[in-house]
Design a protein around this ligand. Structure first.
Ligand SMILES: Cc1cc2nc3c(=O)[nH]c(=O)nc-3n(C[C@H](O)[C@H](O)[C@H](O)COP(=O)(O)OP(=O)(O)OC[C@H]3O[C@@H](n4cnc5c(N)ncnc54)[C@H](O)[C@@H]3O)c2cc1C
Length: 536
């Protein structure tokens, strides 16, 4: 297989580095790029180091055989009007990032033999649900009230992440008041008190795959965030998800910073308990007293910092309180006709064997069922109004499904494209199983597929730098959301954190984590004018 030629960022070479930087960011995902861009806005010269051959982290795209796919971005919510998220995207990209709305029926849930749609717009969403579940009208309205209450608490969660420990102590009564305990109950229990209709609960939780945990394991707060995020529909970055990084990088370059690719950081250097820089995989050391890691909690404390430093700072005791999220499979499909010719919709499909999502996941993990507990199908070329300008006469489809990491553990540390015949045979079998879900829903595609390839959790490790093929970094359990140490500040002077593990997953979650990290680093007095530019 040929590597993709779609590349963003500059290839790292020690002699391409500036003599000094104000900060080093490890990882060029949305969290890292946002932090780097906001610091650059404040005049900092920032060096972003990305191990992949292209920048963007999970927002990167790749091209092969005349097709282009986006492994980690299928739709983003809350960008249709001048919302807070949209303004931040506009600011970071200098207004260059455009968004295309999906169909009004942006998500379709196939639950057993029933079909439900998520409809864009709060009133439309409500009316559609009431029409399908007329006896549950009151429950649906009460659910919408809970979502609104949860939204306020989300802002408080963000604020609490920025506070210094003593500030958090002083703010404790406010945080307790704005973050009531029921937000940390599991999603299922909260919904079950509103209704006993299992189909309604299943429809309300139809997007559980967007944060990786089924309703009995996820925190209601996280469920509410996702539900509100997509309440006004799904949007797709015009030109593909690689446009996100491409449009942000110039801001970082403006003050002398750069985003380097093929730049694997081997170690965060610590002397006398304080950060002094990083060591690259080629042995080159970059001195800098400020390092921001967006490489994830597991990587940062489990691999990048010396063991003794992690131990001394007390992180060894904290790490068992969080768990990596589920690993996943991806299928990337190319067709030699356009989405319009093939009748491919601008709607994501979620396919579930039954309305008991938790049981389906458990049966799958325990090996009692071979049926995937969820299969997600997305149609990037149909959503992107610019796709045909880049790849005329073609269409693309992507499939995502969970897969226990243990299935792939024996290939840990192996090289992409060189994992042997047994790996290829296993991928082939999984690919065929997942393609049958696509043909079942869109039988007109049979015989039209020109090319497809399968990614596994080892592909995730290789390209996104994770250790267990994590789909969304850490699991979004109620326990995780209550870990105050998962924020921008660390116990190691000079080391900061950003990215999905410090707030929540999602491109917008990672972007907002970047804003919070910058705020924590420079303080509100300096951040105020930047916030005014973004939101004023
Ligand atoms: C299959 C899938 C589908 C998704 N769909 C959506 C969606 O539709 N909408 C949505 O909003 N979100 C979606 N997400 C989630 C979203 O993409 C992520 O939550 C978000 O992009 C994470 O951003 P981040 O900056 O925290 O991390 P990442 O994007 O993972 O960035 C971390 C970066 O650090 C780099 N790195 C790690 N270690 C090192 C090292 N030692 N040296 C140098 N670099 C290193 C990695 O290569 C990576 O680029 C999806 C994710 C997946 C996996």
């Amino acid at each position: 297989m040929k590597a993709s030629t779609l590349r963003i960022g500059h290839r790292y070479r020690p002699n391409r580095l500036a003599p000094d930087y104000d900060a080093i960011v490890i990882g060029s995902g949305m969290g890292g790029l946002t932090t780097a861009a906001l610091l650059s806005e404040l005049g900092w010269k920032v060096c972003v180091l990305e191990q992949h051959y292209t920048a963007g982290g999970y927002t990167h795209s790749y091209e092969r055989n005349g097709y282009e796919w986006d492994p980690g971005v299928h739709y983003i919510g809350d960008v249709g009007t001048r919302t807070r998220s949209r303004r931040m995207f506009d600011f970071l990209s200098g207004g260059k990032l455009e968004w295309a709305p999906m169909a009004a029926e942006y998500d379709r849930f196939y639950i057993g033999d029933k079909i439900f749609n998520a409809i864009a717009g709060k009133q439309e969403f409500r009316d559609n649900l009431v029409q399908r579940f007329p006896r549950e009208e009151q429950a649906i309205d009460r659910y919408l009230v809970l979502l609104a209450k949860a939204s306020k608490a989300t802002s408080a969660l963000g604020i609490s992440r920025v506070l210094k420990p003593w500030q958090r102590f002083l703010a404790a009564p406010y945080l307790k008041w704005s973050n009531p305990k029921w937000l940390y109950r599991n999603t299922y229990d909260v919904l079950r008190e509103l209704t006993d209709d299992p189909d309604l609960i299943a429809v309300l939780c139809g997007q559980w795959g967007d944060m990786g945990l089924p309703p009995k394991r996820s925190a209601f707060m996280m469920h509410a965030m996702i539900a509100r995020h997509y309440m006004h529909g799904g949007f797709y970055p015009v030109g593909g998800s690689w446009r996100i990084a491409e449009s942000i990088i110039p801001k970082i370059q403006k003050t002398g910073g750069e985003v380097f690719t093929y730049a694997l950081v081997k170690e965060i250097l610590v002397n006398d308990g304080t950060v002094t820089g990083v060591e690259m995989s080629d042995g080159h050391r970059i001195d800098c007293s400020c390092v921001i890691s967006s490489a994830g909690i597991g990587n940062t404390f489990g691999h990048l910092l010396p063991d003794a430093v992690t131990e001394r700072a007390g992180y060894k005791k904290l790490l068992p309180r969080v768990t990596p999220s589920f690993a996943h499979l991806g299928v990337y499909i190319g067709l030699r006709e356009t989405a319009a010719e093939l009748g491919i919709p601008k709607t994501n499909f979620w396919i579930y064997p039954s309305n008991d999502y938790d049981a389906a996941v458990e049966n799958f993990i325990e090996g009692r069922s071979t049926e995937f507990p969820v299969v997600y199908i997305s149609f990037p070329s149909a959503k992107d109004p610019d796709y045909l300008n880049r790849h005329p006469g073609t269409a693309t489809v992507e499939i995502v499904a969970p897969a226990p990491y243990e299935w792939f553990e024996k290939w840990q540390g192996s090289t992409w494209g060189k994992r042997g015949d047994d790996y290829e045979a296993f991928k082939k079998e999984l690919g065929e199983r997942l393609m049958s879900y696509l043909y079942d829903k869109l039988p007109q595609l049979k015989g039209k597929v020109d090319y497809y390839e399968v990614s596994t959790p080892q592909s995730t490790n290789w390209f996104a730098g994770y250790q267990r093929g994590e789909l969304y970094g850490l699991d979004h359990t109620p326990e995780r959301l209550q870990q105050d140490w998962l924020g921008p500040r660390t116990r190691i002077p000079g080391l900061w954190l950003t990215g999905q593990d410090t707030l929540t997953c999602g491109v917008t979650g990672a972007m907002m984590s970047g804003m919070l990290t910058t705020m924590a680093m420079v303080g509100m007095r300096k951040m105020g004018p930047v916030m005014k530019k973004v939101y004023g």
